[in-house]
Write a protein that binds this ligand. Structure first.
Ligand code: NAD
Length: 370
């Protein structure tokens, strides 16, 4: 069997260029076909990125050469297409969120396990040098015992730039389901399993106006919270605060290190988990408490599709993949947990145990994952 895994892409919208551009760096994946509800969009992506076939969704799912379907559609289409993909006997890798609620995630877990096929899910940003370096520092005891954290994502939302931003304000969207996956996945990778959480969620504006070009001036209804604030207690005892908001903005320099981990012996400023690299800064408590930039111990320059390439490699070498279905489910469970806690007024405890996926290997050249 060839080392190269053929991939079919469904959804060639705003994020697809980032995947298709970066995937060329991984010899283990070949983008063989693409598809979109809008065939012209699929055709344009195929021409730009040299993808040999443009197919409708049914033909792509039936193509015997394709082993992995990369699902880059909007959140409401993630689960239905993932189930069809698995029923077609193929592995699938999805953009985040895994589903629009916990129940969808549960269905996907059941179906994937019954068919013994792989499901991978974004984000893969935690595989970048930024979060990996931070994870290693914490594991090596650089800040002592982690005691507290802040994880703040404060933005104005996506209607000023995204051509079709409606899905960001419907269930499965909002700052928690859109940006929460980056923050919660990074926190799980840094601090391990969650014990319980509590949270508040609100809709600060019931309508928003699209400001990007094509749909400029159209008014959208906001049907999911656009502001969340919560607390998380990790099993290691670390307790901290998370805010995910589309209702305000973080003024610089706050945005540079949106996650801070405070330990008994030091403080770690973690770079933006929506990026792959970024600066890691460590303050060791001593006579002069000051931050020092820590050089990356891992390959820099990765972008979206490294998680897909890792899953392709994992299929061939029969090892677990890092952007695992279980990790994505745990993140979805936590995100829904904030909504549940807001509704009930009680703390929420995760329903599945979480296990960190393998750290990246620091000694490999760019593009090589094992
Ligand atoms: N845009 C970003 O910067 C960004 C970044 C990270 C992750 N994401 C995630 O990626 C996903 C896609 O986001 P986007 O910004 O590219 O959205 P988009 O609306 O620009 O593109 C989605 C594409 O999927 C197609 N599509 C939808 N349902 C389909 C179906 N059933 N069958 C075939 N095609 C279908 C649409 O026609 C569209 O071209 C979302 O889950 C989003 O959260 C987006």
């Amino acid at each position: 069997m060839s080392d190269v895994v053929n991939v079919g892409v469904i959804g060639t919208g705003a994020i697809s260029g980032a995947y298709l551009g970066m995937a060329k760096n991984f010899p283990g994946v070949r983008m063989l076909a693409c598809s979109d509800l809008d065939p012209m969009r699929a055709k344009a992506a195929a021409e730009k990125f040299g993808i040999p076939k443009v197919l409708d969704v049914d033909s792509l799912l039936a193509d015997p050469e394709i082993e992995i379907v990369l699902n880059l559609t909007i959140p409401a289409a993630h689960l239905p297409l993932a189930i069809r993909t698995i029923e077609a006997g193929k592995h699938t890798y999805l953009e985040k969120p895994l589903g629009i609620d916990r129940e969808e995630g549960r269905k996907l877990l059941d179906v994937a396990r019954s068919r013994n096929l792989r499901v991978g899910c974004a984000p893969d940003t935690f595989m970048g040098a930024g979060i990996q370096t931070a994870r290693k520092l914490i594991d090596d005891g650089a800040i002592g015992k982690p005691v507290a954290f802040t994880a703040f994502m404060l933005s104005r939302g996506h209607e000023h730039w995204h051509p079709s931003p409606e899905f960001y304000y419907a269930p499965g969207g909002g700052p928690m389901f859109d940006m929460g996956p980056y923050y919660l996945t990074a926190l799980l990778q840094l601090l391990g399993p969650v014990k319980r959480l509590s949270g508040f969620a609100s809709i600060t504006r019931t309508e928003r106006t699209i400001l990007s070009q094509q749909k400029h001036g159209q008014v959208m209804k906001v049907t999911t919270p656009d502001h969340f604030s919560g607390s998380i207690e990790f099993q290691n005892g670390c307790v901290g605060s998370i805010i995910q908001s589309f209702a305000t903005r973080a003024a610089p320099p706050m945005g540079k290190h949106p996650i801070i981990i405070y330990g008994t012996e030091g403080t770690l400023a973690v770079p933006d988990p929506n990026g792959f690299d970024g600066t890691v800064s460590l303050c060791k408590f001593g006579e002069k408490d000051e931050y020092v930039e820590v050089p990356h111990a891992f390959v820099t320059g990765y972008g979206r599709s490294v998680g897909l390439a890792d899953m392709a490699r994992a299929i061939r070498t029969n090892r677990p993949h890092r952007c695992s279905l279980e990790q994505a489910f745990c993140v979805l469970d936590l995100m829904q947990g904030f909504l549940d806690s807001n509704h009930s007024g009680n703390a929420y405890s995760p329903i599945l145990p979480y296990q960190r996926t393998a750290a990246m290997n620091p000694n490999l050249p760019f593009g090589q994952l094992d």
